[in-house]
Design a protein around this ligand. Sequence first.
Ligand SMILES: Nc1nc2c(ncn2[C@@H]2O[C@H](COP(=O)(O)OP(=O)(O)OP(=O)(O)O)[C@@H](O)[C@H]2O)c(=O)[nH]1
Ligand SMILES: [Mg+2]
Length: 313
Amino acid sequence: MVSLEKFYNGNVRALSQLISAIEYQQNGIHKTLGEIFPKAAGSTKIGITGPPGAGKSTLVNSLVHKFIDSGNKVGILAVDPTSPFTGGALLGDRVRMNEFPIDGRVYFRSMATRGSSGGLSAATDNATLALGAFGYDIILIETVGVGQVELDIIDSCDAVIVVLVPESGDSVQTMKAGLMEIGDIFVVNKCDRPGSDRMAADLRYAIDSWQRLDEGWNAPVVCTEAINGKNLDELFESVQTFIKYSKDSGRFVKQRRSQISKKIMSLLQSRFRQEFLDQIDSGAKIETFIDEIVSGKSDPFAAGEKLYRQFKV
Ligand SMILES: Nc1nc2c(ncn2[C@@H]2O[C@H](COP(=O)(O)OP(=O)(O)OP(=O)(O)O)[C@@H](O)[C@H]2O)c(=O)[nH]1
Ligand SMILES: [Mg+2]
């Protein structure tokens, strides 16, 4: 059980320990999270997503400086479900931390599924609670790609920045609704490279076709050169404008309500799933059913029905 006393006293090690306890799904962690939950409500969660190497980390680092310069404390979570090194990549974490002031205004952590498979999006969301309750008012979450885990993570953010590069020209076609619908702000990074104007125009067209116009927010496309610092002020302003719009229009609260609803459902689902698996004696029994199905004596529909009835009694 994680002690909250040190955590509330601003002890950064206690924060790191709490996030580890979240990753390992330590016993009693839900009770602890329940206690800190109300204190996390004031923080804003900003997701930054896009293909590998698009410049997300470089952009995040610049945004961090802009946020702390305007008086915020910033927590960063880096999530890469495809990398076995995430979380264990302590060297990478340290290298990155070197770019930030060491006075506690910035906290960086990479997230990994330790202990159990799956649950990375839930762990990341719970880590945002830890950061928020600790006092970080801006939480930046960097995720790679657009798989289901990333979409779940992005879904629990208050604002989403989608980062693309001129080379991902084709992907404007392929990503279609997936990325188009989740982005509140779009960035074409590496604008020092050829094709960026075309990319931005294609993107503008795609956004206008995909996004619901009745929403009252027309997602901007910002062309940046993250390594040269070009147009980063514009990006920062777009983020602030969006957050203000979202809060003023009631969208922020609406999204928070929907996030809470999804959170409760996902907690319930995992509880039921576990209870079900425990009760049907999981693996072994399912194997027996599969044997019967493969040998033509049963079918998946009958097996599902039988297992369900067994659970209900
Ligand atoms: N030419 C150019 N290179 C850039 C720009 N921004 C970032 N880069 C470079 O692109 C590479 C990848 O940048 P990162 O910030 O690590 O990209 P990322 O999206 O975080 O990458 P992953 O986390 O590995 O998916 C680095 O070598 C950066 O220096 C830019 O505006 N122009
Ligand atoms: Mg990165």
